[in-house]
Design a protein around this ligand. Sequence first.
Ligand code: NAD
Ligand code: TYD
Length: 364
Amino acid sequence: MRTYLVTGGAGFIGSNYIHYMLHRYNNEIRIINVDALTYAGNLENLRDIEGRENYHFVKADICDKEAITQIFEEHDIDRVVHFAAESHVDRSIQEPEIFVKTNVLGTAVLLNCAKKAWEFLDGSFQEGKRFLHVSTDEVYGSLDEDGGYFYETSPYAPHSPYSASKAAADLLVKSYIDTYHFPASITNCSNNYGPYQFPEKLIPLMINNALHGEKLPVYGDGKNIRDWLYVEDHVKALDMVQEHGRLGETYNIGGNMEKQNIEIVNIIIDTLHDMLPETDPRKKLISKDLISYIEDRKGHDRRYAIAPDKIKTEIGWEPETEFEQGIRKTIAWYFEHEEWMENLTSGEYQTYYDAMYKDKYGQF
Ligand code: NAD
Ligand code: TYD
């Protein structure tokens, strides 16, 4: 039975990955989820599987060398899938240091613990061990509106403290591959959306605000472009890269789904209207009048777009979920999980939201 060490499994993509893997492989695999449970980590995301014998949760910080060493000593880990990170660009602009600590130092600790556990005295590695570093397309910087794509060969040019810290982590992984022939691969994925996403990111924030009749804060001119991928398509790609990808390689993962932010906000408003029953009083609150243009994000990248050619050709992965279908599934999930959203947005989130947005309304 293969054992997976998943870091950051209580977050958005990590929890979707764990659900996907346990559904796909059932009792053929064992998953150990290590997560520090920061504001972004939520064990509610895993409530339905927490009693399973082949799933174990360990609360630990990936920067804690002793705790991570202990996990490798107690378990014969076959696969590491490394999601744990500080992941929100706006927070990285406010508080860069924690991004360097978790994303760079945390990755270094994890790499070193895996290396120690898997390496023979002669410097070779045990057969079948693999480390997957989950990263972002933001390491490549920003594209012009009128053309070009990110390829695996594109130069790194990160702009935000978030993307700079992820780029540093990627380079550390590459250095382990080059120096030690460490058995790792890297994936760089575009923007994800879907169930369990924390409402500080564009799509769940807009859904939540619209349902409460609150303003929909669009940064700058609203024409920045992101390439959206439904999270289930991403986690499927990660499994395929672990199983069929070449070690030492980087694979870009993207949705072929470029949209301006303002288009996304309009689609959310229209879809909510379409999906809410006539009798639902919230329907009257939701209108395009809620859209409020606010001060732009500092250093705001204009466009991201992935060319997912390599993963298609080598591994046979392609995005499957059309945006219209994915957004309906996402909204349906949020309808069914209103309590989840209420719990998340009741406490600390409100302090974050007020500091981030309150004084910006009405200025633009
Ligand atoms: P998230 O913020 O929702 O989850 C991060 C998880 O990591 C949380 O559960 C948090 O508690 C945990 N964590 C944070 N610091 C930790 C630490 N020091 N030790 C242990 N656990 C810690 O993030 P996400 O959106 O699920 O992203 C997961 C990964 O995927 C990140 O590495 C991110 O860079 C990458 N990624 C995200 C996207 C996206 O659109 N969300 C796109 C491409 C790549
Ligand atoms: P986000 O979800 O934070 O992802 P990222 O910055 O990693 O791409 O933001 C997606 C886009 O939406 C980005 O261009 C910033 C913009 N945005 C807004 O216009 N308003 C908001 O309230 C948020 C959170 C994001």
